[in-house]
Design a protein around this ligand. Structure first.
Ligand code: A2P
Length: 256
């Protein structure tokens, strides 16, 4: 059972669909993290902390913390967390962790952030971090969801980036590529298929993956991670860690 070290006030809540919502909370002054990391957050249930892993969706410089969550109807935590209101509080552990950080990647020219569903959360942090654009000339954020409405959070993020005081000047370095699998949409299909058949690269009019200059960060379900991992490994990419940098890193999008 994870320890609840902080109690944080909820500052805003926004629901996107019946499956997705975001919320923002106060950030403890002592809490420092690298964009892309995660922490345990939760609620007290039956007198005990019920905690799950959540990626910080806000960048490391932000005074508040943002989280983007799925709502699982019978999920022990999210069935409760989805009803959270402004002024109420959530619990958070003290220590941020995770391998989905730019420091685990070798220097490169293009950075591909490949996400499905709530897997966009750590990338919401990374695309709002100026360091990302200082390290990579071109940043490609891909987000694939079942339905069009599930893309809204990411579309808002990218739109707001242009007005962001810290990152606005870098917005031209970011390309957002969205695709949908279970509804009509101009870009249809799983990102794995779109990469393998080359459509993703054709749509953006960019060269295919190249392990020499490209770096990849992956965040989705276990199956999605494994399938994208297989594609990049076939292209000669090696997984990086904070000790030994590589060409790609991955983290699973947490559900519960
Ligand atoms: P699909 O609709 O074909 O299952 P989920 O909500 O289940 O995590 O799915 C989010 C998105 O990720 C969906 O568009 C889904 O496509 C896609 N997806 C699921 N599994 C994989 C996988 N193994 N590789 C690539 N994309 C996947």
């Amino acid at each position: 059972m994870a320890k609840a070290d902080h109690e944080l006030e909820v500052l805003s809540v926004k629901h996107y669909t019946d499956r997705l919502f975001k919320f923002r909370v106060t950030r403890p002054r002592t809490f420092r993290f690298a964009s892309g990391q995660f922490v345990m957050i939760g609620l007290e249930v039956d007198g005990k902390p019920l905690m799950r892993a959540y990626s910080m969706a806000s960048p490391s410089w932000d005074e508040e913390l943002e989280f983007f969550s799925i709502k699982v109807p019978n999920g022990p935590l999210t069935s409760r967390l989805q009803h959270i209101k402004v002024g109420e509080s959530i619990l958070m552990s003290a220590r941020p962790v995770g391998s989905l950080v730019i420091n685990s990647l070798k220097p490169g020219k293009r950075l591909f952030l490949v996400s499905t569903g709530t897997g966009i959360a750590p990338f919401a942090s990374i695309i709002r971090d100026p360091e990302t654009y200082e390290r990579f000339a071109e940043v490609y954020l891909t987000h694939t969801c079942r339905e069009v409405a599930e893309l809204t959070y990411g579309k808002e993020l990218v739109k707001e980036l242009t007005e962001d005081p810290l990152c606005g000047e870098f917005a031209s370095q970011l390309t957002h590529y969205t695709s949908v699998t279970r509804e009509d949409y101009p870009f249809k299909g799983r990102i794995t298929h779109l990469m393998e058949n080359g459509k993703f690269f054709e749509d953006l009019n960019i060269p295919p993956l190249d392990a020499e200059n490209d770096r990849v960060m992956i965040c989705g379900s276990i199956e999605m991670n494994a399938d994208v991992q297989a594609i990049v490994e076939k292209n000669g990419f090696a997984e990086g860690t904070q000790r030994e940098k590589g060409e790609y890193v991955l983290e699973r999008a947490f559900v519960g």
